[in-house]
Design a protein around this ligand. Sequence first.
Ligand code: AMP
Length: 176
Amino acid sequence: MTSDMLGKLRSGVRDVPDFPKKGIVFKDITPILKDGALFRASIDVFLEHCRGRKIDKIVGIDARGFLFGSAVAYELGIGFVPLRKKGRLPYKTESAKYSLEYGEAEMELHIDAITRGEQVILIDDLLATGGTSASAAALIKKVGGELIEAIFLIELEFLHGRDKLAPTPVISFLKY
Ligand code: AMP
């Protein structure tokens, strides 16, 4: 990805102050999604990093992780696994509670979503405090997956979320 294209992607991230709570600056990616070239570039940046590697499954985090994760899995020809907010998955699940930059939540994964020993990559739009992805990592391991990397379009570096994911390698493309 050229630095010019990364710059264009960055300019597609809109800051929305005080959403969903006072004091939070929400990184809105809908300007990227609605622009064909930018949406394609936002998928390509993940793909350039993933192509040619041994990856068995992509796990995407509800809901914006689905947008990138499913497109990446489609292009790589591998399976996609949704990690969902509590109460949305119909079959037997493992679950984990976690805290967000702006609240608390619980995540679930189907118990048979990943075959023991499969190499898994976790994808979401944004890494903030790392609470969501750390619980996602715990769930992936609980169902037998080997989490080889967590990849985010955006990282809020000042919140040090990657420390919560250690020792899992963390990759991000737009850092703030
Ligand atoms: P965290 O668990 O704190 O790392 O939060 C990450 C999750 O919450 C991701 O699924 C993000 O989509 C969402 N999120 C947290 N903070 C923000 C923010 N400032 N702007 C946009 N999304 C956010």
